[in-house]
Design a protein around this ligand. Structure first.
Ligand SMILES: Nc1nc2c(c(=O)[nH]1)N[C@H]1C(S)=C(S)[C@@H](COP(=O)(O)OP(=O)(O)OC[C@H]3O[C@@H](n4cnc5c(=O)[nH]c(N)nc54)[C@H](O)[C@@H]3O)O[C@H]1N2
Ligand SMILES: Nc1nc2c(c(=O)[nH]1)N[C@H]1C(S)=C(S)[C@@H](COP(=O)(O)OP(=O)(O)OC[C@H]3O[C@@H](n4cnc5c(=O)[nH]c(N)nc54)[C@H](O)[C@@H]3O)O[C@H]1N2
Ligand code: SF4
Ligand SMILES: [Mo]
Length: 743
């Protein structure tokens, strides 16, 4: 049993200090005006703000805003990029900038073009930009046109993006969710017939147990921590499963609970902390199932009544020897039995997870193993129970609902076919990895990136740059510059088009949180004075009109977001309530997603259980990476690439991570026992060699990470890996990257 040491904590005073500094900064007033604007937080999909005001959650509770949202807003409040910093500046110079320096250039406030053969961006007018964009979209073969998107834009923009691509005859709607929670969508759809969280905030507040797997919520979904604190307060149990003993998952000081949170050294979070080997979660969950079975704690009547496939699972549980399970996950039988006993003692348990589960070669299997356990422990189909993927980008789930996916569901396909008056193309679309591979083969002519950083987010940065460079026209629609705008350049031309962010868009928009709550963003105003920013809806509707005229729908009318919402209400399953949203201003929960009864939208109405095999976690030897010289200290490790506290995905705001005691980005977190065993020392500078590249001068930080594992920061580490892909979902294994660390 890995008990939780109580001497480390996350959150606390640094958060209050952060709020104070932000408030006192020159932008303090504008920051507070934006925080109280009626729009959803830009940052994560936990969702805060919207119609209830900037600080409230969907239940109307106040003080639900974290420092991450402040960071995101501050970046958007920057002045426009100053003359000379971007326009006319040699690309070779811009390519030297790190992600923070790119972000700090300022806001994009005019359309820019980089032509083949030119070594810099030049300003162009919108008319010319749109002509070039439309011309690039007019391809005889529509399968050579693709989009990539990042879930920051609105539902309305997302809906238009997919409608435009599908009307053109292309299903190439790659999205950042392909690199993120696609295994959750695929896995949950298989088991329950629905790919999103089945738990809403109200239901979570009725749980007395949470199993939190592969999530660093204190840094990435800070307001979820308030729910865990409350759950512990009401006597509930939190079981954490993570190879890294994340400080904020032991104790967390939340400004929402100031007395205990800040003065008392933080609130306890983990009741039980399991530290398995990276990639072994199917073994952990099989172990928990076996322990529940051994203790007679599986409610078989419930399982038989509400699931199919349980017989094979029962067989797996009884025939899998404990030795195979414990050898795979590295936890003892006693640890697993203890955790299972705590789980069985709970009345209502929510299973929540993030990237530690999905970023694996068997990510979909991991999700199914969690879903199996939820069913086998009787924790589905009741308030306070269920499966809850913790989504990333603030509207990534809305993008999926709007049909920005290569896995369009049948009801929506039929509705879109009716709207467009003809069948949609059946040629399978490229997801993000398939897009990179296709581009690398020369199979993509035109790429529209609605936000995001396709270059920075992918594994094998050299391949990503090469592949994007083989695309004829690349169009980046963005609010701020990022590394992808300087490394992800098209063969013939690259357009960089500036748009309003969520709180500046001059018309109303909506987004969907990870818990299926649809929020309204009221119109806003930008501080940028060029008058050259456009709304994403306007831009996409303009493009569609240039391409299709008035056929087969009135594309011109789609400049009106109210009409877009009308179409959404007509064609997106669960979104009927969108129809009246402009009149009533009532936010809503997407229908058919939250299951408070054990009946699921599968063919039989029952959960579909299936066996999830144990993975082979054998690592290659040093020779796989070119070997070690005689006497050279070093070892092969399973590398987790993850976020630090002070970054948002490919954009790094602050270099250090105080929770993990990693003072800068060129660090690797390693287990002290591993260091002693292979002759490396704390703070020594080492080379980390991966299958695609290597990084030199990396400082070793000893920390609370399981032996055999290491942790480095993304996106810097993306040059190291080739990344195995989960065949079920297309998602890369960012969390179990074999590397050789050598002195
Ligand atoms: N501040 C901030 N907030 C963010 C983001 C950000 O960059 N910065 N990004 C947003 C996005 S897009 C996303 S997807 C989310 C990401 O949110 P998280 O998934 O919390 O982010 P990661 O940093 O990838 O951390 C994954 C966690 O999984 C653990 N882990 C790694 N491998 C394994 C394993 O094999 N098994 C188990 N059980 N655990 C494992 C790691 O130790 C780490 O604690 O955050 C969102 N919110
Ligand atoms: N090694 C490794 N790689 C990973 C991960 C990992 O854990 N390890 N995580 C993966 C995950 S979970 C994800 S989600 C991806 C993230 O991949 P992406 O979503 O592609 O990357 P971001 O860095 O979030 O993109 C940020 C950019 O979006 C633009 N932007 C911001 N707001 C707006 C807006 O309102 N409109 C528009 N049009 N643009 C906007 C800005 O230009 C900003 O620079 O990375 C993946 N890559
Ligand atoms: S928890 Fe997420 S949605 Fe809520 S304020 Fe923080 S970053 Fe925004
Ligand atoms: Mo993500």
């Amino acid at each position: 049993m890995t008990s939780a040491p109580q001497d480390r904590s996350g959150g606390g005073w640094p958060l209050i200090d952060g709020w104070a500094r932000a408030s006192l900064s020159p932008d303090g007033l504008r920051l507070w005006q934006t925080l109280t604007h009626r729009s959803a937080c830009l940052s994560c999909a936990w969702g805060t703000g919207g119609q209830n005001g900037g600080f409230r959650d969907e239940l109307g509770e106040p003080l639900q805003r974290c420092l991450k949202s402040v960071e995101a807003i501050q970046a958007e409040l920057q002045p426009a990029v100053a003359p000379g910093l971007l326009v006319g500046r040699p690309l070779a110079e811009l390519q030297q900038l790190d992600s923070a320096a790119c972000d700090r250039l300022g806001r994009l406030d005019r359309p820019l073009l980089c032509r083949a053969g030119s070594d810099s961006y030049e300003p162009i007018g919108w008319e010319e930009a749109m002509d070039r964009l439309a011309e690039a979209f007019r391809q005889p073969d529509p399968t050579r046109v693709a989009s990539y998107s990042s879930g920051r834009s609105s539902n309305e923009a997302a809906y238009l993006l997919q409608l435009l691509l599908r009307a053109l005859g292309s299903n190439n709607l790659a999205d950042c969710s392909d690199l993120c929670h696609a295994p959750s969508t695929v896995g949950l759809s298989r088991v329950f017939g629905s790919g999103t969280s089945m738990v809403n905030l109200d239901s979570l507040q009725q749980a007395d147990g949470v199993v939190l797997v592969g999530s660093n919520a204190p840094a990435n979904h800070p307001r979820l921590m308030n729910e865990l604190i409350r759950l512990r307060d009401r006597g509930g149990t939190v079981i954490v499963i993570n190879p890294v003993l994340e400080a904020g998952l032991l104790r967390f000081g939340s400004p929402a609970f100031p007395i205990r949170g800040l003065l008392g050294g933080g609130n306890p979070i983990a009741s039980v902390f399991l530290q398995p080997r990276p990639g072994s979660d199917t073994a952990v969950f099989l172990g928990l199932q076996k322990a529940l079975h051994g203790a007679g704690a599986i409610p078989w009547d419930f399982v038989r009544a509400h699931s199919d496939g349980w017989e094979l699972l029962q067989q797996q549980i009884t025939t899998s020897p404990w030795e195979a399970i414990t050898a795979c996950c590295g936890l003892s039988r006693e640890e697993l039995e203890h955790a299972a006993a705590r789980l069985a003692a709970c009345r209502a348990v929510v299973f929540a997870w993030a990237m530690g589960i999905t970023h694996h070669a068997n990510g979909t299997g991991n999700v199914q193993a969690i879903a199996n356990t939820a069913v086998l422990s009787g924790n589905v189909g009741r308030p306070g129970t269920g499966t809850m993927p913790i989504r990333g980008h603030s509207n990534v789930q809305g993008f999926g609902s709007m049909g920005v996916t290569v896995r369009l569901r049948e009801p929506m396909r039929l509705a879109l076919e009716q709207l467009l008056g003809r069948p949609l193309s059946r040629v399978p679309g490229y997801d993000t990895r398939a897009l990179i591979e296709a581009a690398d083969r020369g199979g993509v002519e035109t790429l529209l990136c609605l936000g995001g950083n396709l270059y920075g987010a992918n594994p094998d940065s050299a391949q990503a740059r090469r592949a994007i460079g083989r695309i004829d026209t690349v169009v980046h629609v963005a609010t701020k510059p990022n590394t992808g705008h300087f490394h992800g350049l098209g063969r013939r031309q690259t357009l960089l088009l500036p748009v309003f962010n969520r709180f500046e868009t001059p018309h109303r928009t909506t987004v969907e949180s990870g818990n299926n709550w649809v929020r309204l963003n009221e119109p806003g105003r930008s501080h940028l004075r060029s008058g050259l920013l456009r709304s994403e809806v306007e831009l996409l509707a303009d493009l569609a009109q240039r391409l299709f005229g008035a056929e087969p729908i009135a594309w011109q009318r789609l400049q009106d977001p109210v009409y877009v919402r009308e179409l959404i209400a007509r064609t997106v399953p669960g979104y009927d309530a969108m129809a009246g949203i402009d009149d009533e201003r009532r936010e809503f929960e997407v229908a058919g997603r939250v299951f408070n009864e054990p009946r699921f939208p599968t063919a039989t109405g029952r959960a579909q259980l299936a066996v999830t095999p144990l993975p082979d976690l054998t690592l290659p030897g040093p020779d796989h990476f070119g070997g070690l010289a005689p006497g050279q200290p070093g070892l092969v490790l399973s590398l987790i690439t993850a976020r630090s506290y002070g970054q948002h995905n490919t954009v790094v705001y602050k270099p250090g991570d105080s929770d993990r005691a990693m003072p800068h980005r060129q660090t690797i977190l390693m287990n002290a026992g591993d260091l002693a065993a292979c002759g490396l020392a704390a703070h020594q500078r080492v080379t980390v060699q991966g299958e695609a590249g290597r990084l030199d001068g990396i400082e070793i930080i000893p920390g609370a990470i399981r032996a055999g594992a290491a942790l480095m920061f993304y996106p810097e580490a993306n040059g190291l890996m080739r990344a195995v892909i989960d065949p079920e979902s297309g998602t890369p294994a960012f969390k179990r990257v074999p590397v050789l660390v050598k002195g």
